[in-house]
Design a protein around this ligand. Structure first.
Ligand code: CA
Ligand code: CA
Length: 155
């Protein structure tokens, strides 16, 4: 990197990651999913990281007691992760830090992580994402989002 930054990214402590999933499916059985990540930092650092290779990588998981399965909500159910680089839509450097604001449609079959039983009772689904912020030197910070719930349909 060419900018003078501290040794380790101190922003890890305050990176916020918010998830909301609209419980009303769109035609085709897809649900609007909204990601909102903010890494607070000053404007100089924000543009410094952003312009020197910093990226964000997001993965979705099913929240379960024993094992949190990796989900594939991206690309109509075929993508298990997505990475944002400089100038990608929704990924911005601003005066108060680096932001990722992104909305997409996820197929219900991916969000229905606790599927219906043989009687047709659909169990409640719990979804969260992890976001990795990777700066140009490869230093990584990770945060988990809140858990979004719903009775998504259908596997
Ligand atoms: Ca679950
Ligand atoms: Ca379910």
């Amino acid at each position: 990197m060419t900018v003078g930054l501290g040794a380790a990214p101190a922003q890890a402590k305050t990176m916020s990651a918010k998830l909301s999933i609209d419980r009303n499916p769109q035609p085709g059985g897809k649900y609007p999913v909204t990601i909102n990540v903010w890494i607070p930092m000053n404007e100089y650092d924000s543009h410094g990281y952003y312009n020197n290779g910093a990226r964000m990588l997001v993965r979705f998981f099913a929240d379960d007691p024993l094992f949190d399965a990796l989900l594939s909500p991206f690309a109509n159910g075929t993508g298990f992760e997505k990475t944002w680089f400089r100038n990608d839509p929704g990924y911005t450097a601003e005066s108060d830090g680096i932001h990722l604001r992104y909305q997409f449609l996820a197929p219900g079959r991916e969000l229905d992580e606790d599927p219906s039983d043989w009687l047709g009772n659909n169990y409640r689904d719990e979804i969260y994402f992890t976001v990795m912020f990777i700066d140009g030197d490869g230093v990584t910070s990770i945060s988990n989002s809140n858990v979004a719930t719903g009775y998504f349909c259908c596997r």
